[in-house]
Every structure is written in structure tokens, then in C-alpha cells.
Design a protein around this ligand. Structure first.
Ligand SMILES: NC(=O)c1ccc[n+]([C@@H]2O[C@H](COP(=O)([O-])OP(=O)(O)OC[C@H]3O[C@@H](n4cnc5c(N)ncnc54)[C@H](O)[C@@H]3O)[C@@H](O)[C@H]2O)c1
Length: 247
């Protein structure tokens, strides 16, 4: 893959799952990687496993100041932020239809998945604009395209994230900054263990390839989307669903 070696990536939600695997792959391909997570200890584990080309920072996307401070530390240390991958996400309330959903639990999903994504984009763009270059990827979900029943907080906020990316792709299209999303179906991470079995079965049953995706499936696609090679696509949501989404 051309061009990412020597560049700097910030991975938000780098302490586990897709974010951890993406951090490792980007580093293996020659990037310097800043690992951000609200769980600083897990971010440090990711960075330590990578070695000297990675750093760890505590940052919670629901707290804009903490995200700004972490990005500033990265910019001070490395000079420029070329790529930002936002993997921070929570499921929100599951297992109940919309009319029974606890609104405080919904607000939590909103705060992380949608408002938090806006915070990440805001801070990322503010660092990228002076350089007129950047790649931003938000990990959304197939639930945002299709709507998973009894997961209204998750489905609605991931749909919001997809809409946000469409708008931001256009806003920064002439500034050298691309903003894209990924819409995975089931990916085999610790995220799944937090979901009821029937919800996981519902999602797996809909995958024509008959398997869950792996974190490496996700990391490889992200690594290409954040590379200079992916230069004529913005505002787009890339499929990662083993054939479930065909649009
Ligand atoms: N695993 C799946 O099946 C699947 C499918 C579709 C989409 N996704 C999305 O992919 C992304 C990553 O999922 P994963 O399976 O790797 O999850 P995960 O739970 O394994 O990892 C998520 C990471 O994000 C961090 N995080 C959570 N809230 C945060 C916050 N407020 N600020 C900063 N960090 C925060 C967590 O500490 C954790 O390290 C999520 O946005 C999720 O919605 C996952």
C-alpha cells in the first residue's frame, strides 16, 4: 500500500477490538499510531504491544476537552495528524422495543456514537485543515443502514453517523480531507459478548457468507481507506458485511 509509511494516525477506541487490530496493522505498515481510549490502561496495552511507534492517551469522546488535549499532545509530539479512525462505540439499550426504551440509556448511546463522532471529526479537521490533507474514518454499523429491531439507540445513532459523514464529506471535499464510514455487520470482538444471544443470532443469520467478520477484515479495509491511495472517495459508507448489504 502506497504512502502511509511515515504518516501519523490517531485511533480512537484503540483499547480493544477493531481499534486495537487497526492500530497494530497501521503500525505494521509503517505509521506512527496514537492510541486513544476512555480506558487509558487498555490503550496503553495496545501501544505497548506495538512498540516505540505507538503512544497511548486517555480520551473520552463524550468529553470534548479530553479529545482536544489528546490530539494536541499527538500534534506536539509528531507534527501532523494524517489519519483518524474512530472506533469508539457503545450498544446503548438493547432487548426492548422503542416504546419501552429508557431515555437516559438512549442519551448515553447518542453521547458516544453520534455526538462523540462529531467531536472526533471536529478536532481531527481542525488539525488537518492547515495541512490541507487528512483521512477520517468512522466505524458505523449495518444497523445504521437497515435498523436492527430492539436496538433503537444503536441503530439510530449509527444512522446519524452515516448522515454526518455524508455531510462532512462534502464540507471538506476541497480541503484535501476525506471523511468516510464503515458499516460492518457482526465482527467477532468483545462487543458481541455484551449482546443477548438472540440479537447476535439475528445478525449472524443475515450474513450470506455464514460467518462473522474478523477484526483483521475491518483493519485491512480501514488501512486502505485512510491511505493516500483512497483519494477520490468521500462521504461514503463502505460495506463490511459478508454480503448482507448490497447497496
Ligand atoms: N463488533 C461488531 O460486531 C460491530 C459491528 C458493527 C459496528 N461495530 C462498531 O465498531 C466499533 C468498534 O467496535 P468493537 O467491536 O471493536 O468494540 P469494543 O467494545 O471491542 O471496543 C470499543 C472500544 O471503544 C472504547 N470506547 C467506548 N466508549 C468510548 C468513549 N466514550 N470514548 C473513547 N473510547 C471509548 C472502549 O473502551 C473500547 O476500547 C464500535 O463503534 C461499534 O459500534 C462493531
Amino acid at each position: 500500500m502506497e504512502g502511509i509509511a511515515g504518516q501519523v494516525a490517531v485511533v480512537v477506541g484503540a483499547g480493544a477490538g477493531i481499534g486495537r487490530a487497526t492500530s497494530a496493522l497501521l503500525a505494521a505498515r509503517g505509521m506512527t499510531v496514537a492510541c486513544l481510549d476512555r480506558d487509558e490502561r487498555s490503550a496503553r496495552e495496545t501501544a505497548e504491544a506495538i512498540g516505540s511507534s505507538a503512544s497511548a492517551h486517555g480520551a473520552d469522546v463524550t468529553d470534548a476537552d479530553s479529545v482536544r488535549a489528546a490530539f494536541q499532545a499527538v500534534a506536539d509530539a509528531y507534527g501532523q495528524v494524517h489519519a483518524v479512525v474512530n472506533c469508539a462505540g457503545v450498544q446503548g439499550p438493547t432487548g426492548a422495543p422503542s416504546h419501552l426504551v429508557d431515555l437516559d440509556a438512549f442519551d448515553q448511546a447518542y453521547a458516544v456514537n453520534l455526538r462523540g463522532a462529531l467531536v472526533v471529526s471536529q478536532v481531527a479537521v481542525s488539525h488537518m485543515l492547515p495541512h490541507r490533507y487528512g483521512r477520517i474514518v468512522h466505524v458505523a454499523s449495518i444497523a445504521g443502514k437497515e435498523g436492527n429491531p430492539n436496538m433503537i439507540g444503536y441503530s439510530a445513532t449509527k444512522a446519524g453517523m452515516i448522515g454526518m459523514v455524508k455531510a462532512q464529506g462534502k464540507e471538506y471535499a476541497r480541503d484535501g480531507i476525506t471523511v468516510n464510514a464503515l458499516a460492518p455487520a457482526v465482527i467477532d470482538t468483545g462487543f458481541l459478548t455484551k449482546l443477548p444471544d438472540e440479537v447476535v443470532r439475528y445478525m449472524l443469520d443475515r450474513i450470506p457468507m455464514g460467518r462473522a467478520g474478523t477484526v483483521d477484515d475491518a483493519a485491512r479495509l480501514i488501512a486502505w481507506v485512510v491511505s493516500p491511495e483512497c483519494g477520490f472517495t468521500t462521504g461514503f459508507t463502505f460495506d463490511l458485511s459478508g454480503g448482507r448489504a448490497t447497496y
